[in-house]
Design a protein around this ligand. Structure first.
Ligand SMILES: NC(=O)c1ccc[n+]([C@@H]2O[C@H](COP(=O)([O-])OP(=O)(O)OC[C@H]3O[C@@H](n4cnc5c(N)ncnc54)[C@H](OP(=O)(O)O)[C@@H]3O)[C@@H](O)[C@H]2O)c1
Length: 264
């Protein structure tokens, strides 16, 4: 059976995406850690839309998790036709005070597992000359972000990797899209790494979309076979402007602004 695999589907943007794709009759394979939420979502979506929705509970901050997910799809005879690498966490604060283990686990989740899932599922798509991949980055993929240094760098990685993969996959007929949300009203900024005073300097008064709006833009961009989309017109404008300024200038600007807000 052909399925759309969405990582980070137990909440936020991933959950909203699962709902919208279920309405379009995609059979779903949802991946995240929270078994209860995944199970409940699968039940609701299967019943409401008459699709097959199943889940794999996996912690993608672990090095072997992508392989476990891949092997499980083989066991279940599932053909992953659309792969959405959406799972991701953030961290805010002074780099030297942040927990190193947590930062490295974030890189495993945001980067290494995403690379591994692409590497595992692409060969079959290439063989069938059918399939697509969506990698979820962030507005933070377009400039350095002091006091969010490792998260922003992880999203720069997502951007660079995905833009390169897009071109490698074009001759094979596989569409690879870089999708970059801006602030979105999910639990992202309330998660342990972001829920601190430095994180709050970012979000206060910021232009914010709902996860449903972001998921709708993602589905529309995917349907149009776009390879690049920044969610929200204002975010797209900022990505363009900040993208043409020298990185060092943008970093200095953000560092000064955040220090001012923090009174340090
Ligand atoms: N919200 C924003 O403002 C914003 C802005 C720019 C970019 N983004 C990006 O958008 C994507 C989705 O974020 P969101 O806002 O929807 O965040 P969210 O509401 O916090 O949801 C994150 C999802 O990722 C899953 N996840 C977290 N750690 C995981 C792990 N170790 N293994 C497997 N799954 C894990 C979570 O499920 P479990 O807890 O069940 O594992 C959840 O389903 C992320 O890549 C994020 O970087 C978000």
């Amino acid at each position: 059976m052909k399925v759309t695999l969405i990582t980070g589907a137990s909440g936020g943007i991933g959950e909203a995406l699962a709902c919208q794709l279920a309405a379009k009759k995609h059979n779903l394979l949802l991946v995240a850690r929270n078994t209860q939420k995944l199970k409940a979502l699968c039940e609701v979506l299967s019943e409401r839309y008459g699709i097959t929705a199943q889940y794999i509970a996996a912690d993608l901050s672990k090095a072997d998790a992508a392989r476990v997910v891949f092997d499980e799809t083989r066991m279940r005879n599932l053909l992953v036709n659309v792969l959405v690498n959406n799972a991701g966490i953030g961290s805010s604060g002074e780099f030297i005070k942040n927990n190193l283990e947590a930062e490295l686990a974030m890189l495993q989740l945001n980067n290494a597992s995403m690379v591994a899932l692409c590497h595992l599922f692409l060969p079959d798509m290439v063989q069938r000359k059918e399939g697509s991949i969506i990698n979820v980055a962030s507005l933070a993929a377009f400039f350095p972000s002091p006091y969010m240094s490792v998260y922003a760098a992880s999203k720069v990685f997502v951007r660079s990797f995905t833009e390169a993969l897009t071109e490698e996959c074009k001759p094979q007929g596989i569409n690879v899209m870089l999708f970059s949300p801006g602030f979105t009203s999910t639990d992202f900024m309330n998660s342990p790494g972001n829920d601190n005073a430095w994180g709050k300097t970012l979000t206060a008064g910021a232009y914010t979309q709902t996860p449903q709006q972001v998921a709708k833009e993602m589905v529309e961009a995917w349907q149009k076979k776009k390879t690049f989309h920044v969610s929200g017109l204002l975010n797209a404008f900022f990505a363009n402007i900040l993208g043409i300024l020298p990185n060092a200038m943008v970093a200095r600007m953000f560092a000064n602004s955040k220090r001012k807000k923090m009174n340090v």
